[in-house]
Design a protein around this ligand. Structure first.
Ligand code: GN1
Ligand code: MG
Length: 367
């Protein structure tokens, strides 16, 4: 361990002790989030998750924590009333020794701690059809558990999140300000976006005309935010509650499908091999609808195909814009990382578009 690593370990220790009186055995990096920094803290008999919130992205971290406390307490109460016949847990906020839901360190960094769900793990890529069904079930379960929590009680902690026309405006602004290094991949992305910019308003238009209602959503239900029981392989929890806020459940369904139906995963460099797998789509929707069928309206079904197409496109647009802006939002590990991520999502969008009638018929079979 070099001096810098030793210092940062020491620093992490000073932060972790704010949340526990137990002896800390170990602290290590954890998970693969693109925004916050996450660590697993091992104590004598238990573990917890320690996170530094990225306040460049979340400007009101106190509201993120308030939302999170309201949401997890609500889910906990629902679970105690429901008497489910399977394991289901929700991560709990761990308070500091002086009863606060976060800790601000000497440098001004914002920290929080969350309980670790024992005997569970997540996957960055979908494993098989059974996994896909469980991922869908988990999202349906989450939507169902928060369906009676009032959307207006929670703060909008990330304004503009999943509002595709705003991402297009941001893209246009960055494009106007930046001297772009042209390459065939960059030209492909530019053209891909141009050809879809009029359609990209579809969900916002449906929202404004009252066809789709604002509801509480998770905001980020990609497959590695769904924990699976390591013994039974069944879903046990949905984590990463930073973006639970008013929105459209379509953003969630779209995000879950764009993440779960791309079997080689969003971090592949083999972007030309990316495909949207219909069987996985069917599996995720089947799992979702076993729990969520009751609260989908006819209009909700009518926009499902567009939601699947749009959220893949939107994420590609967000990655590409960040590439042009010099990687200021998403963490990267190599220079072209955000460009390759964008190509993955655009390839997925293309695959969704080319299977439109099949995807629409899968959706209509479930109605
Ligand atoms: C970000 O940080 P992480 O990995 O939980 C992003 C999501 C993207 C996701 C893509 C607040 O989530 O919207 O879908 O990366 N979160 C935010 O992997 O922008
Ligand atoms: Mg997230």
């Amino acid at each position: 361990m070099n001096q810098q690593q030793a210092e940062s370990k020491n620093n992490l220790g000073k932060i972790a002790v704010q949340f526990t009186k137990d002896t800390i055995k170990n602290i290590q990096s954890f998970g693969s989030g693109n925004i916050n920094d996450t660590f697993l803290v091992t104590l004598d008999k238990s573990k917890f998750v320690l996170q530094r919130i990225n306040t460049q992205v979340f400007h009101q971290p106190e509201s993120v924590m308030r939302n999170m406390c309201l949401c997890t307490q609500h889910i906990q109460k629902r679970l105690s009333e429901l008497e489910l016949d399977r394991r289901w847990e929700t991560p709990q906020v761990i308070f500091t020794c002086d009863r606060r839901d976060h800790y601000v360190d000497e440098s001004g960094a914002f920290w929080r701690a969350i309980s670790f769900i024992e005997n569970s793990r997540s996957y960055d890529t979908i494993q098989n059809l059974a996994h896909a069904e469980e991922v869908g079930y988990a999202l349906g379960m989450f939507h169902s558990l928060i369906s009676d929590l009032s959307a207006t009680d929670l703060t909008d902690t990330l304004e503009g999140f999943h509002i595709t026309p705003l991402y297009l405006q941001q893209f246009d602004r960055i494009l106007a300000e930046t001297t772009i290094q042209r390459s065939s991949e960059v030209n492909y992305c530019l053209e891909f976006i141009r050809n879809r910019q009029n359609w990209a308003h579809i969900l916002e238009n449906a929202k404004h005309s009252g066809k789709l209602a604002l509801r509480l959503m998770h905001g980020d239900p990609k497959i590695n935010n769904i924990l699976m029981d390591t013994t039974t392989g069944k879903a046990v929890s949905v984590i990463d509650l930073d973006t639970v806020k008013p929105g459209l459940i379509h953003y969630d369904i779209g995000d879950c499908l764009r993440s779960g139906c791309n079997a080689i995963g969003e971090e592949t460099r083999q972007w030309e091999s990316v495909r949207f797998e219909l069987e996985l789509c069917q599996g995720i929707l089947r799992g979702y609808l076993t729990v969520a069928k009751a609260f989908l309206t006819d209009a909700d079904y009518s926009y499902l195909f567009d939601a699947i197409r749009l959220i893949a496109f939107e994420l590609g647009l967000r990655f590409f814009t960040d590439y042009l802006a010099g990687d200021v939002y998403f963490k990267t590990t190599y220079p072209e990382h955000n460009l390759i991520r964008a190509l993955v999502q655009f390839q997925l969008t293309h695959s969704i578009e080319s299977q439109e009638s099949l995807i629409r018929s899968i959706i209509s079979d479930f109605r």
